[in-house]
Write a protein that binds this ligand. Structure first.
Ligand code: R5P
Length: 292
């Protein structure tokens, strides 16, 4: 297996290669032509190789680089290509909300899989999006990576900031053998939310270390409100953990101001990256390698 790390995911791709007994790892050469168009070239011997291209698609440029990388590794003779998209952008628009819209998540699935035999991603916005791929597609979870880190912390309670995250927090709670709760969330606009504690708490919050667990932190509005609510109700310490740390604008600083610790996995490079999904991606690659 040969791992190629696109510019959006170089560090994570290298970690994946290390988890695969130091599988050959390459970084492509990229540049822009004077008119702004992108150029990529991959090195190494890829003839008849099983090649894994790792590239998160947070920006349109990341997406374009992924398309060019898949073409480049094919051209270099790759036999089997797996595309690993740790953060899968455009996944929020996963259905039609108004007539005439594009279902962006579906459109992206159709394009991302072109030229590849399989796709791996991590914590999609909605798990049903996986069914939009026509090739074999697998989803890793950020939960085990975060749980590995939380095992080193004195956690009392796990908290999902909304009901949509119940499966995630339940799974985390089972791994750590801790109680969990989920808030009621009402989104006011893209930056503001209203949250409510559930009626039946498994323990008084007073003096306890509560850890908020979410799939993605974008503007930080949800986590800031959730942390404040926990503090108002007596929590002694509040931490925030997510799989995908987008941290738009000043989100990271705003969250740091109301929490004791904030961390994410390494699906997107950011200052809160403390847990790695490399072992989980490597496990999926081994389980679904060609001929396995
Ligand atoms: C919502 O469904 C997600 O799980 C996150 O809670 C949400 O996307 C976070 O967004 P923000 O950081 O902008 O509040």
């Amino acid at each position: 297996m040969h791992i190629i790390g696109g510019t959006a995911s170089t560090a994570l791709a290298e970690r994946v290669s290390r988890r695969l007994s130091n599988a050959p790892f390459g970084i492509p050469f990229t540049k822009r032509f004077p008119d702004g168009e992108m150029y990529v070239r991959v090195g190494g011997r890829l003839e008849n190789e099983d090649v894994v291209v790792v590239q998160s698609t947070r920006t349109d440029a990341d997406l374009l680089e992924l398309f060019l990388l898949v073409d480049a590794v094919r051209e270099a003779g790759a036999r089997h290509v797996t595309v690993v998209v740790p953060y899968f952008g455009y996944a929020r628009q996963d259905r039609l909300f108004f007539p005439g819209e594009a279902v962006s998540a579906r459109a992206l699935c159709r394009h991302v899989e072109l030229g590849a035999e399989a796709v791996i991603t991590v914590d999609l916005h909605s798990p049903q999006t996986l069914q939009q791929f026509t090739k074999p597609a697998y989803e890793a979870s950020g939960v085990p990576a975060i749980a590995r880190l939380l095992r080193e912390r004195p956690v009392d309670l796990l908290v999902s900031p909304d009901k949509g995250g119940i499966e995630r927090v339940r799974r985390m709670a089972a791994l750590l053998d801790k109680p969990w709760i989920a808030f009621e969330k009402k989104r006011i606009d893209s930056d503001h939310v209203e949250l409510k504690l559930p009626g039946d708490l498994p323990m008084p919050l007073s003096g306890k270390h509560a850890v908020l667990v979410d799939d993605v932190i974008t503007t930080g509005g949800t986590i800031v409100e959730a942390a404040k609510l926990l503090r108002r109700n007596g929590a002694g310490a509040v931490s925030a953990a997510c799989t995908h740390g987008l941290f738009l604008r000043d989100a990271f600083e705003r969250i740091k101001a109301v929490t004791d610790e904030v961390f994410s996995t390494d699906t997107l490079g950011n200052p809160a990256e403390k847990a790695s999904v490399a072992p989980d991606i490597a496990e999926l690659l081994l389980a679904h390698r060609p001929g396995a």
